[in-house]
Design a protein around this ligand. Structure first.
Ligand code: AMP
Length: 340
């Protein structure tokens, strides 16, 4: 059927099929045929637009497998000087296998374009969902943070660490070249068919400003104090940004946002000038402080058990393992004991 690839019914049937067979079929196909071309796919509706090209819903003709096909223009990649980075990160991304990390099944190219065969994130952008509902419930936020933590643990175990790409804060990252560079922020997260979180960004990918935050400050909100102060930084940055993400999920805006400009935001980050609204649960407040706060409040009985997550000093930040068994996650996340 023409346009069947866009129909809800097709997607539903496909999702049942996918549940049992998705890894098998694509992996088998991938083994059989390494060289993809555009003629292998039937293109469906456009899913979105990024800085270097467009993303389309597509169906692999032989299996009927639904994917998102990202079409990047070589000339724009050249002009943006991101070809090398793209090549390196595509190589790494294609080896990552985690339910909360967007799969990259393969890639191919023609004279003018590079095509990335990506897992289709049926529920779209998490950022859009957050904007639509203002803020998430504690249950939603805890479930996403739990999934994010599982994905980060997986990335760390594969020596993949995040780096921040930021307009006016150029930081050289002295890590082995095998590391993928990512930003943790709602703009880089997509949602799968069952609403599960998927880390989707590549470090080279610069998002179109129209669909994203409009202020310059918006791009700086997730920087940790060690970067703002120009100190050395490492894995601890992920845990800090996990705390910022958690705050933004629960409150609807990032904790150190300051309308008067990026300098003010920097200052607030360096001081860990944190105000948590009253509606946030006791457990949620405790976990945010464990990753964000400097010398934190000791009057809370929960504090004795865990060191806090938004800590000024990276060494004091709660470890990812401990985030997973924090009372907030155990109480509110839908599946406390394992990843989705
Ligand atoms: P990007 O170039 O990665 O910023 O993608 C542009 C837009 O396309 C995103 O904001 C999403 O709305 C959409 N998009 C990108 N990748 C996917 C995907 N794998 N599944 C569904 N939508 C996607």
């Amino acid at each position: 059927k023409e346009n069947a690839v866009n129909s809800e019914e097709y997607l539903y049937v496909w999702s049942l099929f996918y549940k049992y067979t998705h890894t098998l079929t694509l992996t088998q196909l991938y083994r059989q045929k390494h060289e993809w071309s555009l003629s292998d796919f039937e293109l469906g509706k456009p899913l979105g637009k990024g800085k270097f090209g467009h993303v389309y819903l597509a169906r692999e003709k032989r299996t009927g497998f639904i994917v998102a096909l990202k079409v990047l223009y070589k000339q724009e990649l050249e002009e943006g000087k991101v070809e090398k980075q793209l090549r390196r990160e595509v190589e790494i991304q294609s080896h990552l296998r985690h339910p909360n990390i967007l799969r990259l099944y393969g890639y191919f190219y023609d004279e003018k374009r590079v095509y990335l065969i990506l897992e289709y994130a049926a529920k779209g952008e998490l950022y859009k969902q957050l904007r639509d509902c203002g803020k998430f419930t504690e249950e939603q936020a805890a479930t996403y943070i739990q999934q994010m933590t599982h994905a980060l643990l997986y990335l760390h175990s594969n020596h993949v660490i995040h780096r921040y790409n930021c307009l006016c804060f150029l930081v050289k990252y002295n890590q082995p070249t095998t590391n993928v560079i990512r930003d943790i922020k709602p703009e880089n997260l997509l949602l799968g068919l069952k609403g599960e979180l998927k880390i989707a960004d590549f470090g080279w990918s610069v998002h179109a400003p129209t669909s994203r935050r409009t202020t310059l400050c918006g791009t700086l909100d997730y920087l940790p104090p060690e970067m703002v102060e120009g100190r050395e930084y490492g894995e601890g940055v992920d845990r800090w940004s996990l705390g910022v993400l958690m705050y933004e999920f629960l409150v609807g805006s990032p904790p150190f946002e300051d309308q008067s400009g990026y300098r003010a935001t920097y200052k607030r980050i360096a001081r860990v000038d944190l105000h948590i609204p009253d509606h946030v649960s006791v457990e949620g407040r405790d976990l945010i402080q464990k990753v964000l706060v400097c010398a934190c409040v000791v009057s809370n009985p929960l504090n004795n058990q865990y060191t806090k997550l938004l800590q000024h000093d990276p060494e004091n930040r709660l470890s990812l393992d401990k985030v997973l068994c924090h009372p907030w996650i155990l109480k509110y996340a839908k599946r406390p004991s394992r990843s989705l």
